[in-house]
Design a protein around this ligand. Structure first.
Ligand SMILES: [Zn+2]
Length: 311
């Protein structure tokens, strides 16, 4: 009952949007996979599961079947997968909408967005039911001999030179698993915290940026953010000190003529220099007004403070 949107993804002809969503998920995490590699013989019927996974030696490890949310179809598929588990001693998994939803929690894309992308793609067409009379295997009964052949086919696939085997090797080679039969430290795909580019790292890595360039940019930004914070804090402290000093020297401030500013505020300037390592009058003016307005305006401000606080 898999009436979905079928179409080509890579070299595979996928039969539903769920299958596409699953393949897309696997590729995102660089998991090598293969599609409809083998045919199984269950209760006299041949059965072709969807996704095949092999270990580093090319041994079939796991089979995944994708199903729609149709309850009946799911139950049938579950029975077939159980039979395969017994027959071949491998793991199987049935994946439908709910399972995909869970898998996509790790993804930076929503499941619905990926499905819609597939449905809207020009490469897809609506796929009719592939069960019953439309199934190419419908009504075909296998002879004892062909059953035996299918069983052998399953077991010996790796020893053959089939296209499926080439695909497996290619998938394993790309993932680095087949190199000298060694399993590398598991890798995973991540997205750069700065530029969102995808990169592959060991799962144990603490890296969160794709490149030195990106981490460098972030380091510079963090340093300048810290600098700005510190500077803003010091500026607020200087402003408070100007106010405090003015309050403590009210009479002097009020009595200072505008042509004698320097000598009056010199003790204040010296103290600001000592405390905050700032001696530029323009910077001090800026801490008070936000912009530099010069020493005359600064004295005006100080005098105003005094008269405001007199009462
Ligand atoms: Zn980056």
């Amino acid at each position: 009952m898999n009436r979905g949107y079928a179409g080509f993804y890579k070299e595979y002809y996928l039969r539903s949007s769920y299958e596409y969503a699953y393949a897309f998920y696997l590729d995102y995490f660089s998991v090598p996979w293969s599609y409809e590699d083998q045919v199984f013989e269950i209760d006299g019927k041949s059965y072709k599961p969807d996704f095949f996974f092999y270990d580093q030696n090319g041994k079939l490890e796991k089979i995944v079947e994708i199903k729609s949310r149709n309850k009946e179809a799911k139950e049938k598929a579950e029975k077939r997968l159980l039979a395969i588990e017994k027959q071949c001693k491998i793991r199987t998994e049935l994946i439908s909408y709910e399972e995909l939803k869970t898998l996509y929690k790790e993804m930076p894309f929503s499941l619905n967005a990926v499905i819609n992308k597939w449905i809207d793609s020009e490469k897809t067409t609506i796929n009719k039911a592939m069960e019953g009379i439309l199934n190419p295997h419908f009504g075909l009964k296998h002879t004892e001999e062909s059953k035996k052949l299918i069983g052998e086919h399953t077991q010996n696939l790796w020893n053959s030179n089939s296209v499926a085997k080439k695909r497996m090797i290619e998938g394993l080679r790309k993932s680095g698993l087949s190199q000298k039969g060694k399993i590398k430290t598991p890798r995973e795909a991540r997205h750069c915290m700065l530029c969102s580019n995808k990169y592959i790292v060991m799962k144990t890595s603490t890296r969160i940026y794709c490149s030195r360039e990106c981490s460098g940019k972030v380091a510079i930004k963090l340093a300048s953010d810290a600098y700005v914070k510190k500077r803003d804090f010091i500026h607020a402290e200087i402003r408070n000190y100007v106010i405090q000093w003015t309050m403590e020297n009210k009479e002097l401030v009020l009595a200072t003529p505008f042509n004698k500013i320097n000598s009056t505020i010199k003790p204040m300037m010296d103290e600001i220099h000592r405390r905050y390592n700032v001696k530029d009058i323009r910077v001090i003016s800026k801490t008070v007004f936000g912009v530099d307005r010069g020493r005359k305006e600064l004295l005006k401000f100080m005098k105003k403070l005094c008269s405001e606080n007199v009462c």
